[in-house]
Design a protein around this ligand. Sequence first.
Ligand SMILES: NC(=O)c1ccc[n+]([C@@H]2O[C@H](COP(=O)([O-])OP(=O)(O)OC[C@H]3O[C@@H](n4cnc5c(N)ncnc54)[C@H](OP(=O)(O)O)[C@@H]3O)[C@@H](O)[C@H]2O)c1
Length: 374
Amino acid sequence: MEPSPLSPDHDQENSCPQISPGEQHTDTLFVQARHTVVALGSMLAYTFRSPVESYHGFAPTLHELTMGLMGSSFQPDRDIVDLTGKVIFVTGGNTGLGKEAILQLARHGPSRIYMGARDERKARDAITSIQSTLSSSVDIRHLPLDLSSFDSIRTASEIFTSECDRLDILMLNAGTLGNQAVTTEAGHEIQFGTNHVGHFLLAKLLLPTLLNTAALSPSPDVRVVTLASTASGTSPPFDIMTSATRLMAETTLHRYAASKAANILFASELARRHPNIMSVSVHPGVVKSDLYDRATTSPVLRYPLQIIGLAMRSVRTGALNQLWAAGADRELLENGAYYTPIGVIWRNNQYVVDVALGKKLWDWTDAEVRKFGF
Ligand SMILES: NC(=O)c1ccc[n+]([C@@H]2O[C@H](COP(=O)([O-])OP(=O)(O)OC[C@H]3O[C@@H](n4cnc5c(N)ncnc54)[C@H](OP(=O)(O)O)[C@@H]3O)[C@@H](O)[C@H]2O)c1
């Protein structure tokens, strides 16, 4: 009998012997405490190794710090280019940074915005709340999308392509952090599977539409903006990243870091493979959103996160970097680059410069989704 597309004959490397897909595994307090110390220790070490990049995560931008005298300011109302006729797709648009991005982009006249979200009610509420702030209604549609499910991604891309023959801005924004060691339906660690593999598959299925849109113009402006993080600096290496079993043995924050490193590698590799598409990754800063809710249910992570929370950016200012990448004049962006807030380029980021690793991860991820017929 043919294996079901979502019950792959996973090899030993990618299967997770102790924890089957969807099963919840709860660490003991002692394990959580040890993991927290290890994770926060490695983040602190990264901060010392890369102080300026880390500074951009929390602190005011140079422009804010010098009360407008230095650095560049970015104001969505003033600086986002005219989006008339453009189609936009934002994943995880029902809350946090994705919702704020949709709200700001909607003010610049796009013909349609798709909000990829897995929860119908949350998506409807978010669309109602966004529409209520706009001076005239914009065509914002909920597209059911669960990035931890290949079936859901396939259906979402089929609905999208049946309704739209162009896509100008794809914002790969959805993300999850602080999860227990569980896998997606396809057998990938949940954070890596959602944040990276799910987005890879979605982008793969939408790529023909992105390329067709770029081909319509002699000076195309088609963008893919991927939400990454400075947390990527603490990612385990490729061999662990791509082995569900080994990744599940890492702390939850290191598993998240692996997904964010993969986001940067993906964005840079997409730019190399398809230079007609402007593909960049952005760190939004450390932002007070729902992202940390799951992590704060852990008694050991709760207090460190509450302290860090005192210095977090608001969702409004946190969304500025992805809005800059999606909406600022195209000439300001460099294809394949990684940016911290706002529009600060990091040419030497280890995942941007490692061309061989970018190719290796792309090929690995493509082979993973091909196992399911994509
Ligand atoms: N906040 C920060 O400090 C920070 C720092 C660095 C990078 N980032 C990145 O910024 C992005 C946005 O995060 P945020 O701060 O806005 O977090 P958030 O408020 O928690 O929003 C995350 C969004 O992702 C969606 N999502 C999660 N799992 C999903 C799945 N399986 N399928 C579809 N959608 C899913 C959530 O939907 P539900 O509402 O249904 O859960 C929500 O809409 C993420 O990629 C995150 O990694 C954030």
